[in-house]
Write a protein that binds this ligand. Structure first.
Ligand SMILES: Cc1ncc(COP(=O)(O)O)c(C=O)c1O
Length: 362
């Protein structure tokens, strides 16, 4: 039978979680709580839903391939001309487009480990090399990442905040890192959780763009905007970089409902404020409960928390135990799990299930 190239055979496929409905059926439970994919538990903005309804009867038409109106809204909001923006079928697609645009199989890309799993997948999909630099104290080790850049390195990925740890790299260290990155290397700063960040020392990456640096900032409507199911995200970069990426973008990569909903969502400042606020309160609640239960965690700047140092039960047994109690989290190796911050009642259900699992009670 036909075989893909060796570098494709070597890829370990991304295993998506089962749909909640399927898990409920399998486990014989009802109303499972999904805290596994860092989604907004409040759902989409009302304005987004109205925009979808308004546009639904036009589904016989192709979308506006360039996403003119959404880019216009982004351009006004961020004070940059439209040629600085590219839209993607989720920011995920933009990662892939950037890799295909700027890398050949003989190139390498530098990234942190653990970080967002799609970075190495994208790089390996074209047969290029992923250079993985371990996190330091759960954060990107930016000095070591800069040192790891080789002659053939084309891209450095920085997830800020990082998934799965929720940590950020602050202004000063980001500045020193940018000073060390040579010309001809694209820094992709993935700001999927940007809206949730509270730390005042979070880097202002737009500044580097305005200085003409080779940086691609990725943001998404999947998280704080609550539109994960529609698949829409955007990239901000120098017009020259956007022009090159557009050559490899499918002509109609983002759909019309996603464009309309995303544009409407941008106007719903109150929905974002509420989403961020509910996340902040949920975070405080989880922290206080973790302290009560003696659970070790990494303080987060995103909408999920990384629980570490699990021994008895280990992460996999805890994940399975929580699942049977109707709470879906994400195991991360043997001793850590990642849990999305949900609605107050979801967080309480999680804590109650967690407490039972830790005590080993049925
Ligand atoms: C760090 C990071 N980047 C990018 C994405 C992709 O988001 P989307 O493709 O939904 O925009 C995710 C999703 O979980 C993420 O955690």
């Amino acid at each position: 039978m036909i075989k893909p190239p060796e570098y494709v055979q070597a890829i370990r496929p991304y295993i998506p979680g089962k749909p909640v409905e399927e898990l409920e059926r399998e486990l014989g439970i009802r109303e499972a709580v999904k805290l596994a994919s860092n989604e907004n538990p409040l759902g989409p903005s009302r304005l987004a839903l109205e925009a979808i309804e308004k546009n639904i009867s036009k589904l016989n038409r192709y979308p506006d391939g360039g996403g003119y109106y959404l880019k216009e809204s982004l351009s006004k909001r961020l004070g940059l001309s439209q040629d600085h923006f590219i839209l993607g079928n989720g920011s995920n697609e933009l990662l892939d487009i950037a890799v295909r645009t700027f890398m050949t199989p003989s190139d390498s890309a530098v990234m942190a480990e653990p970080s967002f799993v799609v970075y190495p997948l994208s790089v390996q999909s074209i047969g290029a090399e992923a250079i993985k630099i371990p996190l330091r104290e759960y954060r990107h080790d930016l000095p070591s990442m800069a040192d790891a850049i080789r002659e053939n390195t084309k891209i450095v990925f920085v997830a800020n905040p990082n998934n799965p740890t929720g940590t950020i790299n602050r202004k000063d260290e980001f500045e020193s890192f940018m000073d060390k990155v040579p010309e001809g290397v694209l820094v992709i700063v993935d700001e999927a959780y940007y809206e949730y960040v509270e730390d005042p020392d979070y880097p202002d990456t737009m500044r580097y763009l305005k200085e003409g640096r080779e940086i691609l900032i990725l943001r998404t409507f999947s998280k704080a905007y609550g539109l994960a199911g529609l698949r829409i995200g955007y990239g901000i970069s120098l017009p020259g970089i956007i022009t090159e990426m557009n050559k490899l973008r499918e002509p109609f990569n983002t759909n019309s409902l996603a464009q309309a909903a995303a544009r409407a969502s941008l106007d719903d400042v109150e929905h974002i404020r509420r989403s961020v606020e509910i996340n902040r309160k949920g975070k405080e609640y989880l922290y206080s409960q973790f302290s009560r239960l003696g659970i070790d965690y990494v303080p987060t700047e995103a909408n999920f928390v990384y629980i570490k140092g699990l021994e008895q039960p280990d992460a996999i047994s805890l994940y399975q135990g929580l699942l049977k109690r109707g709470v879906i989290v994400r195991p991360m190796g043997k001793d850590s799990i990642r849990v999305t911050i949900g609605l107050p009642e979801e967080n309480e259900l999680f804590i109650s299930a967690l407490e039972k699992e830790l005590r080993g009670s049925g």
